[in-house]
Write a protein that binds this ligand. Sequence first.
Ligand SMILES: C[S@@+](CC[C@H](N)C(=O)[O-])C[C@H]1O[C@@H](n2cnc3c(N)ncnc32)[C@H](O)[C@@H]1O
Length: 272
Amino acid sequence: MIVLKSNRREMLKHFHDFEFEDILEVGVERGVYSECILENIQMKTFHLLDLWGSKSSASHADSCLDIPLDVNEARYDLVKNKFAKELSLEKVKMHRNLSEDIPKLFDRDSLDFIYLDAGHTYETVKHDMMNCFEHLKEGYFLLGHDFTGNPEELKRSGFGVLKAVLEFTKNNDLQILAYSTDINPSFIAIKNPDSNAGKNNKLKFIESIQNADDILIEFDDAFTEQCSIVGTACFNHAGNWIKRCRDGYENTFSWRITSPLRKVRSLINNFK
Ligand SMILES: C[S@@+](CC[C@H](N)C(=O)[O-])C[C@H]1O[C@@H](n2cnc3c(N)ncnc32)[C@H](O)[C@@H]1O
């Protein structure tokens, strides 16, 4: 697993050379990240799915749906206006739905790229990961936001993304390739990495991050396994350290290159 130097906006450059057909963002809000995706990624159709509504109808509701209806109405209109041109060309399609409607809206194995950023509790993410996984094509990409072990964030928000994603990847043929250096990182995972499409797409992605010199730290398999065993607490430490490193980005080049793995390893050993 690779920790990128890039943040979640910058990391999209690694998908410049892919030509996707259908891609999906689950949880759109004001379309801030949708704009980045649209600018950086070639696709035939970009599906934007958000309830933009109240949580009463959601079976896995959490605080992300705790928004007054008039605010959500305004957000829906904002997104509609922002992408008016693409909507008229049917390049963008808005789906005012719950994430649990994904099976009704999309065929299985039909999507090339999904960015998951809807509910953030453990239960919701577990449920959404399964829906996304089933509707993703073999060898293609599932990304998601708030893959964070930051203890303050977890306490404040009740986020269960990290635990749900790590558990899901352990039990399914989904491999996390990398995650971004943000306070709340985004992960990039690939479905069926050993399929023909998986091998090709993984190679293309890895070549792009190597060519762009975008590797901050690379964890070997044993380390990644350790991370999964130690779980959230381990990522808390690594996450905090990565944030400090990012804050000193301009001035700490040699420190950043020479000490990361040793430092993260020793944090984990301390934890154990
Ligand atoms: C964190 S915001 C998304 C931000 C956006 N991805 C970005 O980066 O700019 C989460 C959004 O998910 C939506 N949401 C939360 N749970 C949902 C669910 N179960 N189904 C559909 N939408 C949901 C909320 O309405 C909210 O607009």
